[in-house]
Design a protein around this ligand. Structure first.
Ligand code: CP
Ligand code: NVA
Length: 313
């Protein structure tokens, strides 16, 4: 727990701002909070604290896991949606950040441009949490790591494959793997690779941690011997106009029975959800591997509780 003390007041926007020990400390704390609060009385760690949550995009998991997680910690939440303030349009991001800082003790932001979250954080005097941008989704990945740890008892020696679109989720997944020394193979169609800057940073971090990162085009090559297979929608929020085009481009990047034959025997599937069954994953495979997927959704709450209880306390 000692190591988490240093994180008080810190933003949770980019995973690369955290060390291996800090991320592992947060995961341990999340597991403890799960044990303490699942089906039990709420705690008072964040009593009298308020979290403001802003959403420019839809959400089921993020909104509920933060709201209910905050209640479990004894705190309160207020949600504002894009149609209410239109971040950066009705008034500047700089002013919005300074106003929210006067009312609340922490803020989560889900929006399009990652730079908007960075700008908000620059003017905010309370910790800012990235609840998904076009570039990254770090809270999701903390839940995924918790699920991997629960399943395999350790993160050491794990190999993960991601197949599909090189989007916000895989950007954060690659960053986390590089920090924690987990091997990862990413298979995407040509031109749909993860963000170049993110993969360059991840590869640099991986040189120190010993993690092996590869970006390929062949899903079968990526699947070989992995402990966990990860996928996400082919069309992310904000890309709806490209839906038909993407369906064609990604059609060979589906997790199905055939592809699962190339993974380890006890491999699990991770999916951040929402899932588009029949696209990035078949319905049968989704149902067969649903346990870890819904554990992962559940773990959003405990992973985020650990983050909030650390940075807002
Ligand atoms: N995985 C995830 O972030 O889900 P929501 O978009 O429903 O919040
Ligand atoms: N890549 C998806 C993740 C949803 C949680 C999106 O941005 O829509």
């Amino acid at each position: 727990m000692g190591i988490l003390k240093n994180l008080k007041g810190k933003n949770f926007i980019n995973l690369e701002d955290f060390t291996k020990d800090e991320l592992l400390g947060l995961l341990d704390f999340a597991a403890k909070l799960k044990k303490k609060t699942k089906g039990k009385k709420n705690l008072d760690i964040l009593k009298n604290k308020n979290l403001v949550m802003y959403f420019s995009k839809p959400s089921l998991r993020t909104r509920l896991s933060f709201e209910i997680g905050m209640k479990k910690l004894g705190g309160e939440t207020s949600v504002i949606k894009q149609d209410e303030i239109i971040l950066g349009k009705r008034e500047s991001i700089e002013d919005t950040a300074r106003v929210i800082s006067k009312y609340a003790d922490g803020v989560t932001i889900r929006t399009f441009a990652h730079n908007d979250v960075e700008l908000f954080a620059k003017y905010s005097s309370i910790p800012v949490v990235n609840a998904l941008t076009d570039l990254s989704h770090p809270c999701q990945i903390m839940a995924d790591l918790l699920t991997l740890k629960e399943t395999f008892n350790t993160l050491k020696g794990l190999k993960i494959a991601y197949v599909g679109d090189g989007n916000n989720v895989v950007n954060s997944l690659m960053t986390a793997c590089s920090i924690l020394g987990i091997d990862i193979s990413v298979a995407t169609p040509l031109g749909y690779e993860p963000d170049k800057n993110v993969s360059d940073i991840a590869k640099k971090i991986a040189q120190k941690s010993g993690s092996h990162i590869e970006i390929l085009q062949d899903p079968i090559e990526a699947a070989k011997g992995v402990n966990a297979f990860y996928t996400d929608v082919w069309t992310s929020m904000g890309q709806e106009a490209e839906y038909e085009k993407r369906k064609e481009i990604f059609k060979n990047y589906q997790i199905n029975e055939e592809l699962m034959k190339h993974t380890n025997k006890n491999a699990i599937i991770l999916h951040c959800l929402p899932a588009h069954k029949g696209e990035e994953i078949t319905k049968d495979v989704f149902e067969k591997y649903q346990k870890a997927i819904f554990d992962e959704a559940e773990n959003r709450m405990y992973a985020q509780m650990a983050i909030l209880a650390t940075i807002m306390k």
